[in-house]
Ligand binder design. Structure first.
Ligand code: UDP
Ligand code: MG
Length: 329
């Protein structure tokens, strides 16, 4: 069933922000999986694990340095500050695309079950440039996270943002697909909506999302919410259209009101009109504010896009010697 003749080099990319508690366990697990794949002749022996330290303030970077020195099989990329999960992933993909044929991005806390990596690689061999890992259940998430995610995917779908439901950033991408993704110049990175825009053959692999192995979530509610709003406003202009429809509707209501007032005048029974006036003012005031807010969001995005600021800044990079040359290019 293999439709690719060459054995690829695989890069496993992990963004890590204050992950000192879990990193060593994660590396042990991933090393075993990498070894199995190498022994099964599915990936090249120079396949690697790349950890992107997203400006951690704990012992994450010293752990990466030590692991690299002791085992010589990982690549550490240190960002100059905390840029966020998505830019950290992009930094890793940019670096890994220089030396690998395909890559898999996954969280550093082992919530993305590494047990399905082999299946993902098999899908690559079947000719897929992208393999999405999809959560088959969210039993380990809290009630709130489960339902807010459901609402988010529903709303995003309704607004025309194309995403694979229940897929986050656990995915395999070939070098071809990654290069197409990296060619997108945007600053507001929301990978799960950007990747499907790349096209190519893709496949899905299902998995049960596990518990975080150690440490705490680096995605508090505030971050999650702004991530969701960013995700929708970066990929859909539907909110602006809806606003227009709403505006027309409100205009219609105002028209009816005018007719009604005129009618009362003709009949000769005018009411004091205080309440209807107040309601109108508040209603229109509210709608105006919403309108300004939505338009402002888009203008804000134009503002960040035109600045073309670099999305991430690599402070330093360590790797076993044979990859050094290509990485420094
Ligand atoms: N992460 C990151 N930068 C951030 C926040 C998170 O690189 O600013 C990483 C984090 O170390 C982890 C992954 O993104 O590897 C997912 O974060 P987390 O597990 O905390 O999110 P949750 O699973 O709770 O949604
Ligand atoms: Mg997690």
């Amino acid at each position: 069933m293999l439709s690719r003749s060459q054995i690829p080099t695989l890069g496993l990319i992990l963004p890590a922000y204050n992950e000192e508690e879990v990193l060593t366990t994660t590396l042990t697990t991933l090393r075993q999986i990498k070894q199995q794949l190498i022994e099964g002749h599915l990936i090249q022996a120079d396949s690697f694990i790349m950890i992107v330290d997203d400006g951690s303030k704990d012992q994450t970077w010293p752990i990466i340095q030590k692991e690299e020195q002791d085992n010589g099989d990982i690549i550490g990329v240190k960002l100059s500050k905390n840029f966020g999960h998505q830019p950290a992933l992009l930094a890793g993909m940019t670096e890994a695309s220089k030396i690998s044929d395909m890559m898999i991005t996954l969280d550093a806390d082992l919530q993305d079950n590494p047990g399905i990596i082999t299946e993902m690689v098999e899908k690559y061999f079947e000719g897929n440039e992208i393999v999405y890992a999809v959560r088959s259940s969210r039993q380990t998430d809290t009630w709130f996270k489960r339902n807010s995610a459901l609402a988010f995917y529903k709303l995003a779908g309704w607004l025309g943002v194309k995403m694979v439901p229940n897929h986050a950033d656990f995915r395999l991408m070939s070098k071809t697909a990654v290069q197409a993704l990296l060619a997108m110049p945007e600053r507001n990175v929301f990978l799960r909506a950007m990747v499907p825009l790349v096209g190519y053959n893709s496949a899905k692999v299902y998995y049960e999302r596990g518990e975080r192995q150690a440490g705490t979530s680096k995605y508090p509610l505030k971050k999650m919410l702004s991530f969701a709003i960013d995700g929708i406003t970066s990929f859909s202009i539907q909110p602006i259209r809806l606003l227009l429809h709403l505006g027309i509707l409100v205009l219609g209501v105002a028209g009816i009101e005018i007719f009604y007032t005129l009618f009362e005048k003709v009949v000769g029974n005018p009411t004091a009109g205080w309440s209807s006036l107040m309601i109108s003012i508040w209603l229109l005031g509210g709608l105006n504010l919403i309108a300004l807010g939505v338009v402002g969001t888009y203008i804000g995005k134009i503002f960040t896009e035109v600045k073309h600021r670099p999305l991430f800044q690599i402070e330093k990079e360590i790797s076993y010697s044979n990859n050094n040359d290509q990485l420094s290019q």
